[in-house]
Each structure stands twice: as structure tokens, then as C-alpha cells.
Design a protein around this ligand. Structure first.
Ligand SMILES: NC(=O)c1ccc[n+]([C@@H]2O[C@H](COP(=O)([O-])OP(=O)(O)OC[C@H]3O[C@@H](n4cnc5c(N)ncnc54)[C@H](OP(=O)(O)O)[C@@H]3O)[C@@H](O)[C@H]2O)c1
Length: 349
């Protein structure tokens, strides 16, 4: 038995659909979340049991079916990771999530020793971000182990869920960082232009992606990592103002509620057939790596399915390690539609 919390969110629903269609064999799943009505209809659709509770109630309830692992799809993780991590540590249950929030991950890794001693595996970031990002950095370093300063740029296409926008908003006021020799270091907001394999030029902007925490945690000889995302220029025009008002909590709370009220619309407008791409480059090597994948939420569904299969088949060592860091090629190979292409640095990057 395993438990899927936040099952009725956009990613939870897509995950259930992909799982159902894939026919992948997993132990029985308990759906969970805080909205009884939504869970009941999902439970009927997929013929699965469900349990309704809020995170405030977590310390008083007992989970049905003795789950071996909690898969937490409820976000922003700034609000939902801590209650589950405390619960899993206390009860000795494994934890998995799809967090891309670097601050939450930093806290999690800081508690590494406690999870190790308690024998609890914590498997963060089993989604598109960071599985594909870490996988691309890993593939790059397999071919060019001498590369020390890496740049990872992500162009996610096919729309965003309300949860993703809310996670990004919560993270935004905390600044821009890159990773260098054991620490996150602050840096200025800046942009670069890259021409991708389709020949078009895109603006990539500085972003503190989760890979800055999850990749160096297991790639011990990585020296410098910078992360970028493709964003429309109109966002960057408003950025300085947005960052100031987002730091004001009442404004942020109102905005988070507003975004959540658009959840159904954003989910409907997603293009699940879109493809996504990213690049990895290092100034000191002659090639750059282009990786194309399916739409990020579709990839997330597959990445979690594969991570769960690997967890139940092979187990997981205690302590904190990202899904990709744990299973690498085995996880990558199980995600359909990922393509890699090496290009000379003189050709479009
Ligand atoms: N790493 C990746 O590549 C990746 C990919 C996809 C998603 N994500 C992350 O996953 C999270 C969820 O995404 P989504 O697309 O499912 O968003 P969504 O459609 O907005 O759904 C949010 C889900 O979280 C639940 N939730 C939110 N706050 C909660 C709280 N305080 N207590 C209990 N439940 C809470 C919601 O429950 P209610 O329905 O009861 O409100 C809902 O089930 C986001 O943080 C997103 O950034 C990451």
C-alpha cells in the first residue's frame, strides 16, 4: 500500500490517468487530500480507496492501510513538505514528492542525518524538474567529466498548473543563486539568448532551479552550476516591481488565492501534446547537449510511476537523495519520449 496526497490536483489527476492507461503494476494506492467530494469521484473512477484529512489533522489521525511510502503531490511545498516530513520521520515511513522549490529542498537536505539515522528514505523531486534537468547534467558529465562550469537552461512548454505558478510565486522573493563549490551563491538577475535545435532564438533568464540543490548533493565533483529558464520578455519588464509586491505577505496571500481560483481553467488550457526542451553547456568543451522531452506534467507522471516501481522493486537507502540521483539510467530509461542530441558549440545552442 502507498498513499498519494494531493491526488485531486492537476498533476495528481494526470498521474492517475497515465497510470491507468499504462497498465503499470504497482501495489494498491490510497488516494488522499483535503477535499472529500473531489476524492470520492476520483476513487469511484479508478476504483481506489480514499481518506480525507488536512495537514493540520495529520498528527491526530491514523492512516489506513499502513502505507510504505507517502507520495506528496500537494504544493506549494513551502507549506506542505514539513508536516509530511515530520510525520514520516516519526513513523518511519518513506517519503517522495515532486518539489521544485529550492528552499524546501535545502531544508530537507539539512535534515539528512536525522532521516538516515531513522532509516527513512526521502526521495524529493521525482517530477520533470529535476529528473530531466539532473539527467541532462549527468549525461553531459558522462561524456565530458572534465567540464566544471555547467549551464542548464529549461524551456518548459504546454502550460502551467496553478500549483506550479503558486510554487514559483512563493519562491520568487528569495532571490537568484548559482551553485559553486559546496554553496549557493547570490547573483544578479540576468539573461542570455540561445538558439535551440529548432533554429529559433529564445531568451533564458536566471532562475534558482531545484537542480542547484539536488544535483551537487550527489555529483560530488561538480564545481559550478548555473540554471536558466526561458521566459517571455514581458515578464522580465515587470519583474523588479513584482518581486517587491510579492514580498508583502497580504498581497502574496491574495495572489495565491487568485491563482488557485484559476486552477480548473489552467488545467483545461494545458497542451499535453507539447514538447519541452533544455540545454546543457560548459564553456570549456566543444559540444552542447540538447534534450527534448514530452510535456512537463506528462513527464512528471511517468517519472513518478517509474520511481515508485523502482522503490517497490529495489527499495531505497535511508536519507535524502533525489529520485534521479538514486536511480539514474534506470529511471531515465523508463520515461518515454526523451531524446538527446549533441551539437557542436559553433552551431545553434
Ligand atoms: N517538479 C516538477 O516538475 C513538478 C511538476 C508538476 C507539479 N509540481 C508541483 O506539484 C505541486 C502540485 O501541483 P499541481 O499541478 O497538482 O497543482 P494544483 O492543480 O494547483 O493542485 C494542488 C494540490 O495541492 C493540494 N494542496 C495545496 N495546498 C495544500 C495544503 N495546504 N494542504 C493540503 N493540500 C494542499 C490541493 O488540494 P485542494 O484541492 O484541497 O486545494 C491540490 O490537490 C506544485 O507545488 C507544483 O509546483 C512539480
Amino acid at each position: 500500500m502507498w498513499l498519494l496526497y494531493g491526488a485531486n490536483g492537476t498533476t495528481g489527476r494526470l498521474f492517475l490517468e497515465v497510470w491507468h492507461k499504462s497498465g503499470i503494476d504497482l501495489p494498491p494506492c490510497m488516494l488522499a487530500g483535503r477535499s472529500a467530494h473531489a476524492l470520492q469521484s476520483l476513487a469511484e473512477k479508478y476504483n481506489l480507496p480514499y481518506q480525507t484529512f488536512t495537514l493540520d489533522e495529520l498528527s491526530q489521525i491514523s492512516l489506513q492501510g499502513e502505507p510504505k511510502i507517502i507520495v506528496n503531490f500537494a504544493g506549494p511545498y513551502a507549506y506542505t513538505a514539513r508536516p509530511w516530513l515530520d510525520y514520516c520521520l516519526r513513523k518511519g515511513i518513506a517519503y517522495m514528492d515532486i518539489s521544485g522549490e529550492w528552499r524546501v529542498l535545502t531544508d530537507m537536505y539539512a535534515q539528512q542525518e536525522a532521516f538516515r539515522e531513522a532509516g527513512v528514505p526521502v526521495i524529493p523531486s521525482a517530477g520533470f524538474d529535476t529528473v530531466i534537468g539532473e539527467g541532462a547534467v549527468y549525461a553531459f558529465r558522462q561524456k565530458y567529466p572534465q567540464a566544471r562550469t555547467l549551464h542548464l537552461g529549461v524551456y518548459a512548454r504546454g502550460g502551467y498548473s496553478a500549483g506550479t505558478v503558486r510554487s514559483a510565486l512563493v519562491t520568487l522573493p528569495h532571490g537568484y543563486f548559482y551553485w559553486e563549490r559546496g554553496a549557493l551563491r547570490p547573483t544578479a538577475f540576468s539573461g542570455v539568448e540561445r538558439r535551440l535545435a529548432n533554429g529559433k532564438a529564445y531568451h533564458f533568464w536566471r532562475a534558482t532551479l531545484a537542480e542547484l540543490v539536488t544535483a551537487p548533493a550527489w555529483m560530488s565533483d561538480l564545481e559550478v552550476l548555473h540554471t536558466w529558464i526561458a521566459l517571455p520578455p514581458r515578464y522580465t519588464r515587470w519583474r523588479p516591481l513584482l518581486e517587491k509586491v510579492f514580498a508583502w505577505q497580504p498581497f502574496m496571500d491574495g495572489l495565491l488565492r487568485l491563482v488557485d481560483s484559476q486552477r480548473a481553467r489552467l488545467a483545461r488550457e494545458m497542451d499535453l501534446e507539447a514538447s519541452t526542451c533544455l540545454f546543457v553547456e560548459a564553456p570549456e568543451v566543444p559540444e552542447w547537449l540538447y534534450v527534448a522531452s514530452r510535456q512537463p506534467y506528462v513527464v512528471t507522471a511517468w517519472a513518478v510511476l517509474q520511481s515508485l516501481q523502482l522503490f517497490f522493486r529495489e527499495g531505497a537507502f535511508p536519507g535524502v537523495q533525489s529520485a534521479f540521483g538514486r536511480w539514474r539510467e534506470k529511471l531515465w530509461a523508463g520515461i518515454p519520449g526523451v531524446q538527446t542530441l549533441w551539437k557542436a558549440r559553433s552551431s545553434p545552442a
